[in-house]
Design a protein around this ligand. Structure first.
Ligand code: NAD
Length: 499
């Protein structure tokens, strides 16, 4: 009965804040297929409260010494590392991904916290002495104020961690609006940061749907928006936030291709295709969803991929399986419907993930790994971001045909080439119009000190997530021209100084 379920409330001003809108959304345990919680959905008053809390905390936090900010970040890093297993449990119970994958997500998020602890080096300004006689010019990077972060369901810990540690290190205060599908991780991290010594109001968690998002997009006190989610929403966020005068970075969806040349090591390639296609049930923006096989490699590769798929176990992420369920029943049904579309469009379903045996409750949101060969590039199976465990094979005749296919796609998030030819790999890295490239590496998510982001419909805005771009996004530069009076230099001169 929904009334008896636990409620996920907001986290505002350093404590749980009970939502009073009367509107909630269900949170499921995807492996059991049951609703376990309700999450509150913010109303206008709650949006204002979260932003007001962040606004009130800003002057004090901005003026907190770098040394103190660094100490708090280090404490947060230590707490997060030591209590990783607790957070992994939360991720698996609401998202469904297997525990080892949940732990991996947190590790990648921790890397950003570790990177953020070095922030004093990254927000240093420049200084030029005597640009004109007795005149110095220097620059400084300062925080923006209250910043908004809106995150997707597929990485409930890692994606928020791409942004809030950097924003906070740089002296901003944050309102985080996580996905309503798996909201608990955000509260857990905010509480942990408070335990690490973060002052109240520096990190707030506002739960909600479109109303909460629109509230942040419209709010005059919110200075920037960092968004990660599907492409249509990313585009809307970018346009609306920019129209309202905010700085905005909006990362969208993906359809990542793996180009396999005939000289590739096919065992390595098949391992990579299976790991990158079915890890986290394909619910990764850097998942491989299309293998582009340069003939005559396709038949041998499909055989090796199929052998490996036969060994995968699907089930409850708490039971040591390889792959968990999808996040919701609605999403599972949508992903599964693409298998029928593939058949109608004349593709060959090599492995059908419907009706698989699982190590879990019958009502879980299951769909097994699915492999589809000879997918027409006009089919929605090829064109749409399916975001599930469905791997397509497209056969091409040459390297050139493969690259042209990738470059004609709407998205440009990640891609990979598998080959033993260094010259071909080098050519690919130069010619392919994609932001993140793997060479014999299937999911090339850059480490925390490089920035993350794609091209085309995979990003709106020119600044990527984390790394140096992260600090650039969350600070703005002031250039200061200064002269301390020297009695020997004075007098009237209406022109620009020239010496
Ligand atoms: P989504 O776009 O449905 O939701 C993302 C966020 O937007 C959520 O917080 C949600 O509450 C909010 N939202 C949903 N509908 C909205 C609306 N109409 N108006 C305003 N806000 C709205 O995405 P999702 O299903 O949670 O996540 C999966 C998507 O995210 C995939 O497309 C995936 O590729 C993408 N993604 C991209 C990256 C990247 O770095 N490029 C990383 C992770 C996920």
């Amino acid at each position: 009965m929904p009334d008896e379920l636990a409620v996920v409330n907001h986290w505002i001003d350093g404590e749980e804040f009970v939502g009073s809108s009367g509107r909630t959304a269900p949170v499921y345990d995807p492996a059991r297929g049951i609703q376990t919680k309700n999450v509150v959905l913010a109303n206008a008053d709650e949006i204002d409260r979260a932003v007001a809390s962040a606004k009130a905390a800003f002057p004090g936090w901005r003026d907190t010494s770098m040394a103190r900010r660094q100490q708090i970040l280090f404490s947060f890093r230590e707490l997060l590392a030591s209590r990783k297993a607790e957070l992994a449990d939360i991720l698996t119970s609401e998202h469904g991904k297997v525990l080892s994958d949940a732990a991996g997500e947190i590790t990648r998020g921790l890397e950003v916290v570790e990177f953020a602890t070095g922030f004093p080096h990254l927000i240093k300004g420049d200084y030029s002495e005597n640009v004109s006689t007795g005149v110095d010019v220097y620059s400084t990077r300062q925080p923006l104020g209250v910043v908004g972060v809106i995150s997707p369901f597929n990485f409930p810990a890692m994606v928020p961690l791409w942004f809030f540690p950097i924003a906070i290190a740089a002296g901003n205060t944050v309102v985080l609006k996580p996905s309503e599908k798996d909201p608990s991780a955000a509260n857990w991290m905010a509480e942990l940061f408070t335990e690490a010594g973060l002052p109240d109001g520096v990190l707030n968690v506002l739960h909600g749907d479109k109303q909460a998002v629109d509230g942040l997009l419209e709010h005059p006190d919110v200075k920037s928006i960092s968004f990660v989610g599907s492409t249509p929403i990313a585009k809307y966020i970018y346009e609306t936030a920019a129209r309202n005068g905010k700085r905005v970075q909006a990362l969208g969806g993906a359809k990542n291709h793996m180009l396999v040349l005939p000289d590739a090591d096919l065992d390595l390639t098949a391992d990579a295709a299976v790991n990158a296609g079915f890890g986290s049930a394909g619910e990764r923006c850097m998942a491989i969803s299309v293998v582009v096989a340069v003939e005559p490699v396709a038949d041998a590769l499909i055989e090796k991929i199929t052998q490996r798929m036969a060994g995968l176990t699907v089930g409850d992420g708490r039971r040591n399986c390889d792959m968990g369920p999808l996040v919701t029943e609605v999403h599972r049904d949508k992903v599964s419907s693409y298998i029928e579309v593939a058949i109608e469009d004349g593709a060959t379903v090599v492995v059908d993930g419907r009706d698989i045996e699982v190590d879990g409750e019958a009502d879980g949101f299951w769909l097994g790994p699915t492999l589809i060969d000879a997918v027409p590039t006009t089919s929605k199976v090829y064109l749409d971001e399916i975001f599930g465990p469905v791997l397509s094979i497209v056969r091409v005749k040459s390297y050139e045909e493969g690259v042209a296919l990738i470059n004609n796609g709407a998205y440009g998030n990640g891609t990979a080439i598998f080959t033993n030819d260094g010259g071909a790999a080098r050519r690919f890295q130069n010619e392919v119009e994609v932001g993140m490239i793997g060479i014999n590496v299937p999911i090339p998510v850059p480490v925390a000190y490089y920035s993350f982001g794609g091209f085309k419909d995979s990003i709106f805005g020119d600044t990527k997530a984390y790394g140096p771009d992260g600090f650039h996004f969350f600070t703005r530069q002031k250039a200061i021209t200064s002269r301390w009076l020297d009695p020997s230099h004075g007098g009237i001169n209406l022109g620009f100084p020239q010496n």
